[in-house]
Write a protein that binds this ligand. Sequence first.
Ligand code: DQA
Length: 146
Amino acid sequence: MNVLVIHGPNLNLLGVREPEVYGAATLEEVDRAIEETASELGITVEVHQTAREGEIIELLHDGMGRVGGAVLNPGAYTHTSRAIGDAIRAIDYPVVEVHLSNIHAREEWRKESVTGEAALGVISGFGVHSYLLGLRALSDAMEPDR
Ligand code: DQA
């Protein structure tokens, strides 16, 4: 089974960026933990990081017919991007949205997730584990052989 993992804007700065909010782990360390959990689950992951909204949409489209699911952290696009929400609705595989921080325990504007409305589910507030829990949730939800 193949899974796309997409990190959105500013997540390349993990470890440096507001560590009190997002934790001390770098993106490389997060990706290593994702790889470990994926191999435990028998999943092959393809990991991307991009600051560009359109690229997130294209990556989601490109997964059609090729991947069984995606774990997506849209960063701040979570709160604004109807286009990413529509892309999630358009594709033929499940997307689990993840956040390192608990978006419901922060500023008012972060509480709404316009992308999460289209996702299979949202996991928020468990740091690196949000990604790992997302992978586990997907491995149960995906059709076999994709
Ligand atoms: C985030 C939460 C968003 O509100 C923020 O803009 C991010 C990271 C998280 O993982 O906690 O960039 O998605």
